[in-house]
Design a protein around this ligand. Structure first.
Ligand SMILES: O=C[C@H](O)COP(=O)(O)O
Length: 214
């Protein structure tokens, strides 16, 4: 299982969480990555944890004030980026252009989608991975793997029908090892989570709990 912790814009210590994530991942031999704010990518990457961007813009070098380039996050130390997160929606053409920009930069992509139909559509654009996240469960602490297992199963089927080589992750409300195990049993090859770690009183303990069943 791949565990990607998205720190969003939460008021947390990205370096402390990254350091803990690297240690927990190493100890458990589980792939654990952290997606901090863009401005924190370099110092998070310096901890040795696998580092992801939360978003890049579908543009190259040029007159694009305020844009985040795929090349720039690679230079800062990112290995991959989320695209089309529920809180950073893109038009289909921009998702496609974003994936092409990441390919040129050598950056992996996880394209997020709300539901199985959208998962089928974005899988057709050939990202490295896709992630299904029902928006109504994001940040609730109610795990998608328990609250809506069918959406995970159907997302896996929808992606498989288009390209079975593209792994499907799920996210929303995931906060425990039990949730991660349940996600795996539904066919998910990873989880995308945020508040369960970023808002935890003890993020290291929260991270350790995530890998307990793996
Ligand atoms: O990127 C992460 C997802 O939006 C899930 O967020 P959450 O774990 O706070 O529900």
């Amino acid at each position: 299982m791949f565990i990607l912790v998205n720190l969003k814009a939460y008021d947390c210590d990205p370096v402390a969480i990254a350091t803990a994530a690297a240690a927990v991942g190493d100890d458990a031999d589980v792939r654990v990555a952290v997606a901090p704010q863009t401005a924190d990518i370099a110092r998070v990457a310096e901890t040795g944890v696998e580092t992801w961007a939360q978003h890049v813009d579908p543009v190259g070098h040029g007159s694009h004030t305020g844009s985040t380039l795929a090349d720039s996050v690679v230079t800062a130390g990112a290995q991959g980026t989320l695209l089309n997160h529920s809180e950073r929606r893109l038009r289909l053409a921009d998702i496609d252009a974003g994936i092409r920009a990441t390919e040129r930069a050598g950056l992996d992509t996880i394209v997020c989608a709300n539901d199985p139909k959208q998962i089928g559509a974005v899988t057709a654009l050939s990202p490295d991975m896709v992630a299904v996240e029902p928006p109504e469960l994001i940040g609730t602490g109610t795990p998608v793997s328990h609250a809506d297992p069918e959406v995970v199963r159907e997302a896996v089927s929808a992606a498989d029908a288009v390209d079975s080589s593209i792994p499907v992750l799920c996210g929303a409300g995931i906060s425990s090892g039990e949730d991660v195990t349940a996600a795996g049993e539904l066919g998910s090859e990873g989880v995308l989570l945020a508040s369960g770690v970023a808002k935890a009183d003890d993020p290291r303990a929260a991270l350790a709990d995530l890998v307990t069943g793996l």
